[in-house]
Design a protein around this ligand. Structure first.
Ligand code: GLC
Ligand code: CA
Length: 513
C-alpha cells in the first residue's frame, strides 16, 4: 500500500482544457507545468491527468492509438517526463489515465487483428467467428475488413474491446482468461504500465476497470484479473497507486485497487448529494443523504480497512457540481468532500465553481459531457487566460457569462470558494483525524431537513464535522462534548444538553475532548 496515499488530495486535470501555452486553442503539458504552483498552493498534492496518448480523439483520448506515445498536441514524451519531475519537486504525485478495456480502431493492434490471416493480434480483441453472429449484450463492429467475424465494442463504436476472455463461456469463440490470447493482452497492458511507471508516473486511474472480463455478472473474473496485476505491481512498483473507475468498492478493492470512486453510476447514491433535482446540498432542505450514508457504510464494511473510497467533486463525465449546487451551498458540499475518509478528488475548475456550459455542440465525443469540459477560467484577459488563440479557435467554447468565475478574481477574496477550498485542504493536512485513513462514525445521517454530521478519528485525535445546508437552523442529538472550534462557516454550533444546534447554511469542525 503506497504510503503517500495516506494524505493524498487529488486534482483532476482534463489536459485539453487546462492551459494552452502555444496558442493552438488546446491545453498542453507546458500549461500544466506552469500551473503546478497554483495547484500546490491550493493544497493539492496529487494529480490525475485524463488520457494524453496518441489518439484520433473520437472519445477525448479514451480511444488510444498508441499507448507509448503522447498526443503531439500536448507535447512530447520528454515533456511529460519533465512534468513528472516538476511535479515531484513540489511534492505532487501524478496519475495517468490507463484505458485497458479498448483501443481506437486506428491502433496498429486492431489493424492487424482485422486481417483475415491469423497473426499475433488475431485474438487481441473480442471477435465472434462469423460476421453473422454478434456478441450477446454488446455493441459490435461488422464488415470493417475481410476478417469473417464481428468485433465487440466496449463503449462507443470507435472503441473495439480488447480480449481478456469470458468468465461464463457459451460459444466456441469465447476464450478463457487463461487462454493464450487474453494472457497476451494482459501482458501487453502490464508493459504499458511498466513503461510509464519507469518514466516517473506514480500510478494510474483505470478507465472502466470493471469491464475487462466479459460475461462476468458478479465481477469474479475481472477481480481475479486485477489480483494478478497487483501481484506483479506490488513486487515491481510498490509505490504505484491505482484508482479504479468501477463504482463498487467492495469489488474493486478486493481486486487489489488502492482506491475506487463513488460515481454518477452504480449503487452508491452519489447523485443524491450533488446531482439530482433536489440534492442534499441545497438550502431547500428537500434532499436526502441518508441512503448514501447507508450504502457508504456497507461498502466500507465490505471493502475492508485498507482500501480508500473516493468521492469526487465531479469529473469529465458528469455535469458540473455548480449546475445543481448553487451559491454558498457549494461551500457545504466542499466541506463534506474535503473531510470524508478516502482520497478527495477535485475536478479542475470546481474550486472556483465553474458552471456547466449549456447548449454546446458536442466536441470529441463529449455529447452532454461537453458542457463540463469547457476551458479553465484563469483571469479576465482574452479567453479567460486559457489561450492566446482567437476565440473561434478554442477547441471548446467557454462559459459566455459576463460574471463567469475566475481564479484571478477569487484569489484575493477571503470569502471566495477558492480560498474556502484552500482553507479546508490545509486543515485536512494539519489534522490526522481528517485524513484518508481516519475512521468515521455518523451521528446525523442527512435525512431531509437534517444535519449531516460525523466524528472523524485517527492517531488519538477526534473531531466532529457537521453541516446544515438547510435555510433554517437544525439540531441533532449528540452527547459528545464539543471542544475548540477548528473551523466554522455560517456561524458556530451551540450545544444544549444532549443536542447540537447548527445555524442555517453552516458547516463546523470541532475538536472533541
Ligand atoms: C470512462 C471515461 C469516459 C469514456 C469511457 C470510455 O467512463 O471516463 O470519459 O468515454 O470510459 O473509455
Ligand atoms: Ca496548446
Amino acid at each position: 500500500m503506497p504510503k503517500w496515499l495516506d494524505n493524498a488530495v487529488f486534482y483532476e486535470i482534463y489536459p485539453q482544457s487546462f492551459l494552452d501555452t502555444n496558442a493552438d486553442g488546446i491545453g498542453d503539458f507546458q500549461g500544466i507545468i506552469n500551473k503546478l504552483d497554483y495547484i500546490r498552493n491550493l493544497g493539492f498534492n496529487a494529480l490525475w491527468i485524463n488520457p494524453c496518448f496518441l489518439s484520433p480523439f473520437g472519445d477525448a483520448g479514451y480511444d488510444v492509438a498508441d499507448y507509448y506515445t503522447v498526443a503531439p498536441r500536448y507535447g512530447t514524451n520528454e515533456d511529460l517526463k519533465r512534468l513528472f519531475a516538476e511535479a515531484h519537486k513540489r511534492g505532487i504525485h501524478v496519475l495517468l489515465d490507463l484505458v485497458p478495456g479498448h483501443t481506437s480502431v486506428e491502433h496498429p493492434w486492431f489493424r492487424e487483428s482485422m486481417k483475415p490471416e491469423r497473426n499475433e493480434y488475431s485474438d487481441r480483441y473480442v471477435w465472434t467467428d462469423s460476421v453473422w453472429e454478434a456478441p450477446e449484450n454488446m455493441g459490435c463492429l461488422r464488415a470493417l475488413s475481410q476478417r469473417d467475424g464481428s468485433c465487440a465494442v466496449n463503449f462507443f463504436t470507435c472503441q473495439p474491446a480488447l480480449n481478456y476472455g469470458y468468465y461464463n463461456r457459451t460459444r466456441p469463440w469465447q476464450q478463457s482468461p487463461e487462454d493464450e490470447g487474453p494472457r497476451a493482452t494482459l501482458e501487453a497492458m502490464m508493459d504499458v504500465m511498466r513503461f510509464w511507471l519507469t518514466m516517473g508516473c506514480d500510478g494510474f486511474r483505470v478507465d472502466m476497470a470493471m469491464s475487462l472480463v466479459k460475461n462476468d455478472p458478479d465481477g469474479r473474473g475481472t477481480i481475479a484479473l486485477w489480483q494478478k496485476v497487483f501481484n506483479v505491481l506490488e513486487q515491481e512498483f510498490p509505490e504505484a497507486a491505482m484508482v479504479s473507475e468501477w463504482g463498487e468498492p467492495e469489488k474493486s478493492l478486493q481486486g487489489g485497487f488502492h482506491m475506487d470512486f463513488l460515481l454518477h453510476f452504480g449503487p452508491s447514491h452519489y447523485n443524491d448529494l450533488f446531482r439530482c433535482q433536489e440534492p442534499y446540498f441545497s438550502d431547500r432542505g428537500l434532499g436526502d443523504a441518508s441512503k448514501f450514508v447507508e450504502r457508504y457504510l456497507e461498502s466500507r464494511e465490505k471493502a475492508g480497512k485498507d482500501g480508500l473510497i473516493c468521492i469526487p467533486s465531479g469529473n469529465h463525465d458528469m455535469t458540473r457540481l455548480a449546475k445543481h449546487v448553487e451559491g454558498e451551498e457549494k461551500k457545504l458540499a466542499f466541506t463534506f468532500l474535503l473531510t470524508m475518509p478516502g482520497a478527495p478528488f477535485v475536478y479542475y475548475g470546481d474550486e472556483i465553481g465553474m458552471r456547466y456550459v449549456e447548449n454546446l455542440t458536442s466536441v470529441e465525443g463529449g455529447y452532454e459531457r461537453t458542457g463540463a469540459r469547457s476551458p479553465m477560467q484563469w483571469d479576465s484577459c482574452v479567453n479567460a487566460g486559457f489561450s492566446a488563440a482567437p476565440k473561434e479557435k478554442l477547441y471548446i467554447q467557454q462559459d459566455p457569462a459576463a460574471d463567469r468565475p475566475t481564479v484571478a478574481q477569487q484569489l484575493p477574496d477571503p470569502d471566495s470558494l477558492l480560498n474556502f477550498v484552500k482553507q479546508l485542504t490545509q486543515l485536512r493536512q494539519a489534522h490526522p483525524a481528517l485524513q484518508n485513513r481516519g475512521g468515521i462514525h455518523f451521528v446525523s445521517n442527512g435525512a431531509p431537513k437534517q444535519a449531516l454530521a460525523y466524528e472523524r478519528e485517527q492517531a488519538g485525535e477526534k473531531l466532529l464535522v457537521a453541516m446544515n445546508p438547510f435555510r433554517e437552523a437544525v439540531a441533532f442529538p449528540y452527547s459528545g462534548k464539543l471542544g475548540e472550534a477548528l473551523f466554522t462557516f455560517g456561524g458556530a454550533a451551540s450545544q444544549k444538553g444532549e443536542a447540537v444546534q447548527l445555524p442555517p447554511v453552516s458547516a463546523v469542525i470541532y475538536r472533541l475532548d
